[in-house]
Design a protein around this ligand. Structure first.
Ligand code: SF4
Length: 103
C-alpha cells in the first residue's frame, strides 16, 4: 500500500487462468507485439498497470486485488519471506525508494 513500484515498472503477463470466472476484467488487459496478453499499461518499459491507483512510493492500491493475475500474487517484496528479491529492489530503486531491509 505504500510502494507499488513493481506495478509501475515491469510488464505484467496475464495467463488464461487469470481470466477464468468473474476474475480479472479483460478490458484491463492488452496484447503486446508478440501477442502476449498483459495488464493494460504495462506493455512499454517504465509503464504503469491500469489497475494501480495512487502515487508510487506514497499510497497505492490495486483496484482488482482479489482478482489480480497470478504473477502479481507470486511476486514477493524483498525479505517478505526471509529472502531478498532483486526485482523488488530494482523497481524501488527506479523510483528512488530504498530497498526493503531484512530487519
Ligand atoms: S494487477 Fe494489481 S498487483 Fe498486479 S500489477 Fe496491476 S496494480 Fe499491481
Amino acid at each position: 500500500m505504500g510502494c507499488g513500484a513493481c506495478c509501475a515498472f515491469f510488464p505484467v503477463a496475464v495467463q488464461q487462468a487469470d481470466l477464468v470466472g468473474p476474475g480479472l476484467p479483460p478490458a484491463l488487459t492488452c496484447f503486446d507485439k508478440n501477442h502476449q496478453q498483459l495488464m493494460k499499461g504495462t506493455q512499454t518499459s517504465l509503464s504503469r498497470c491500469a489497475a494501480l491507483k495512487g502515487v508510487v512510493g506514497t499510497r497505492v492500491a490495486c483496484t482488482i486485488y482479489d482478482d489480480r493475475p497470478a504473477i502479481c500474487r507470486n511476486f514477493q517484496r524483498s525479505w517478505e519471506n526471509g529472502r531478498s528479491n532483486p526485482l523488488c529492489d530494482q523497481a524501488r530503486g527506479i523510483y528512488g525508494l530504498q530497498a526493503f531491509s531484512r530487519y
